[in-house]
Write a protein that binds this ligand. Sequence first.
Ligand SMILES: Cc1cc2nc3c(=O)[nH]c(=O)nc-3n(C[C@H](O)[C@H](O)[C@H](O)COP(=O)(O)OP(=O)(O)OC[C@H]3O[C@@H](n4cnc5c(N)ncnc54)[C@H](O)[C@@H]3O)c2cc1C
Length: 389
Amino acid sequence: MTAAAGYDVIVLGAGASGLMCAAAAGARGRRVLVLEGSPKPGNKILVSGGGRCNFSNVNAGPEHFISANPHFCKSALSRFSSHEICALLDRHHVRWHEEDGGRLFCRDGSKKMLDALLAECREAGVVIRTDAGIREIGAGFRVAAECGEFHAPSLVIATGGRSWPQIGASGFGYDVARQFGLKVISPRPALVPLVFDAAGRRAFGGLAGLSVRVRVSCGDAVFEDDMLFTHRGLSGPAVLQISSYWREGEPVAVDLLPQMRLDEAFPVWKKDHPRTELKNLVGRHVPRRLAHCFLEGLPPVNQMGEGELKKISERFHNWKIVPAGTEGFEKAEVTRGGVDTTELSSRTFEARKVPGLFFIGEVLDVTGWLGGFNLHWAWASGRCCGQCC
Ligand SMILES: Cc1cc2nc3c(=O)[nH]c(=O)nc-3n(C[C@H](O)[C@H](O)[C@H](O)COP(=O)(O)OP(=O)(O)OC[C@H]3O[C@@H](n4cnc5c(N)ncnc54)[C@H](O)[C@@H]3O)c2cc1C
């Protein structure tokens, strides 16, 4: 039997947060080992933003994150702004640009981001082992992996959430938290398409492929952006955003025409276009297929009573659907829930009850909105932890 190799810090997971943390710890002179279960590091960075890597957002404040403990993210976000990650990219001559909503993208694709992080790790002397297949974590932190046995006084769990299991995501980080007696808030798919029930699919399946500007709400959460009809339900940025707030059985309300009010337009149309069918009048403001699907068979506007028009306006501006569910972790961009942040220091990310054990990134119960916030959280939590672990 060979003796376990010793390091100062072992990081589990060579994803966004793990690589950032390893580089920061290595830069402090710590001997750092990163163990990655997949054959290659940074899979999720590579697929992010459809390969364009929406790596941060200039508005990355706490109001763009969801957590049972909304104060937790404040400390790291105040210490790590989007300037820090842009500066890292500049150091490695990676070109980036800003798009609407403050979203920051790599100009030449996600691989440039991963290359920059791997270069940071190399410069800091970090050792990365892939295909590591963790078998067991013991006291003192002894880690038994497929590629050998290792130990370190600091163990950082950066294994991400459960979304996209097809590229290596697992519930492993939650198992580690439970093993050490820490609470886990039930993980759920977030930033995920919603699906109709059978009746909804029959009624609206024909609209698949149609994109509409909408205002969508669920409880107190409201987003105005594009919504996409799919064969199974609804997607697009507005729906992905609201999915992070939706719970089974709750209705989602959609304003299909947020830029105007139909109840204000009806009297004008009655006067100016009395013999035009309503679907054609509304079809001037929304895609025709949508207007026809909702208003097929209705008579010209001058033949319709006030009450009927009021109902139509309500249906368009407050279309209520109760989704049958979501497309699940396979299609979810992130995982909501995770390791309960009340168990951790918001400054160091160390578990209060287990000195030396740290959790960072998406494995935590901190979920960002769409728009670069989730990768920003991975960098911010990774850098802050790497300065302490
Ligand atoms: C398709 C897609 C597109 C996205 N696009 C964006 C975007 O443009 N902008 C944005 O902000 N966010 C985006 N996200 C979300 C973002 O990628 C994640 O929130 C972020 O990568 C989380 O970082 P992390 O370090 O916590 O986890 P990850 O980056 O997922 O890294 C975790 C690592 O741990 C490894 N691992 C898992 N289990 C084990 C184990 N048992 N042993 C060893 N290693 C293990 C995994 O293989 C992985 O490499 C996207 C997500 C998806 C799925």
